[in-house]
Design a protein around this ligand. Structure first.
Ligand SMILES: Cc1ncc(COP(=O)(O)O)c(C=O)c1O
Length: 398
């Protein structure tokens, strides 16, 4: 069948592709260790599961208001006020089927055909595809490893033209774990105001922060900037609820209305049952979040040490999320059993075939020098995976 033009440019999600490949090898009985996944390996907290079960038993299984039930909107509004210092009303909140869905709704209502969208690289894989699907032109700005992969005000200024309408910010970042401080965000806010940019701020990893860092939303750094920001967040990562599909956006009322209208003609409301569970996640005990965070710190520290001790590998220390993004480019041009490794895809391929470890090549995130390893796996798995990686590196031809 003939496909519509808009599909011709879309690439499948490479993170899901590598995961699929690793799972297929596992099904064939091959013992593959996956560092490819983008979801916490913890179970959804018991109280949250119970709330979902109760919703089913209570017959809360019908259509709801498109942008989410009032109880959940209230929980989100309270959370934004308490944790982020942001005041929103109910008509400014839109709950969707995951943060990815919120981001896509936002992109479709904010990006006009031909608009330039500034995207700092390394970037999460779906942003670039969503920009293209909305008819926008991704303006990729490469951040520097020595600046811990953070966009500088000078870079933002240089990239802004009269065609630029949007900026995508993601702190803490997937794939680098980079976290912006309040002062860095304030400096960016000046440029954002000057060029009247709209910011889509993806804050989904905000609860997974280490080394005493605190999360700051760009919407809160300056009293005037809030009206230029769409804050996107969700429950997938913080509450280990990836399968429940609940994300949300907090935006100026006209943007929220457009997003809800769009959603009303595509997916309608997010799942009724998941919405009830989400209220419990936000309003119930936060103890499981902290337990998960503490476990992630241990794993990050271990993986960071091990990687930096491997010959030719260097990694920045991520302040958040659950990924490391080491630079492996010292191996490019070298040979593994006669085969020249030219780029991050070749490097990831060798790790998978020779070491039975799945990682995501950096090129998927717009950064050819790196690979991404997720530490959403048990300590034993991480240890074994890194042992295997070390062996592969030792077997490069000298
Ligand atoms: C940076 C970032 N934003 C958004 C999402 C989407 O999360 P959700 O499961 O809520 O759609 C992910 C998931 O991998 C992510 O890494």
């Amino acid at each position: 069948m003939k496909l519509a033009k808009r599909t011709l440019n879309i690439s499948p999600s490479p993170t899901l592709a590598i995961d699929g490949k690793a799972k297929k090898m596992q099904q064939e009985g091959i013992d593959v260790i996956s560092f490819g996944v983008g979801e916490p390996d913890f179970d959804t907290p018991e109280n949250v599961k119970e709330a979902g079960i109760k919703a089913i038993k209570d017959g809360f299984t019908k259509y709801t208001a498109v942008a989410g039930i009032e109880g959940l909107k209230k929980a989100i509004i309270d959370k934004l006020a308490k944790e982020n210092g942001l005041e929103f009303q109910s008509n400014q909140i839109v709950v969707s089927a995951g943060a990815k869905h919120s981001l896509y709704n936002a992109m479709l209502v904010l990006c006009d055909e031909g608009d330039e969208v500034i995207l700092p690289a390394p970037y999460w894989v779906s942003y670039i595809e969503q920009i293209k699907m909305a008819g926008g032109i991704p303006k990729v700005v490469e951040t520097k490893e020595e600046n811990n992969f953070r966009l500088t005000p000078e870079q933002l200024e240089a990239a802004s033209t009269n065609k630029t309408s949007l900026l995508i910010l993601n702190s803490p970042s997937n794939p680098t774990g980079a976290v912006y401080t309040a002062n860095e965000l304030k400096a960016l806010a000046k440029i954002i105001k000057k060029h009247k940019l709209t910011v889509i701020s993806d804050e989904i990893y905000e609860k997974l922060l280490y080394d005493g860092l605190t999360h700051v939303s760009i919407a809160a750094v300056d009293p005037e900037i809030k009206d230029q920001v769409v804050v996107v967040n969700g429950l997938s990562k913080a509450y280990s609820m990836t399968g429940w599909r609940i994300g949300y956006a907090a935006a100026p009322a006209n943007v929220a209305k457009a997003m809800a209208d769009l959603q009303s003609h595509s997916t309608s409301n997010p799942t009724s049952i998941a919405q009830k569970a989400a209220i419990e996640a936000l309003e119930g005990t936060q103890e499981p979040v902290e337990q998960m965070r503490l476990e992630f710190v241990k794993r990050r520290d271990y993986m960071y040490e091990r990687l930096n001790n491997m010959p030719g590998i260097t990694s920045t220390k991520p302040g958040g999320a659950f990924y490391l993004f080491p630079n492996v480019s010292n191996y490019y041009g070298k040979k593994y059993k006669g085969q020249t490794i030219a780029n991050s895809t070749d490097f990831a391929e060798i790790l998978l075939t020779a070491g039975k470890i799945a990682v995501v090549p950096g090129v998927a995130f717009g950064s050819e020098n790196n690979i991404r390893l997720s530490y959403a796996a048990s300590m034993e798995t991480i240890e074994e995976g890194l042992n295997r990686m070390e062996q592969v590196l030792l077997n490069f031809d000298s």
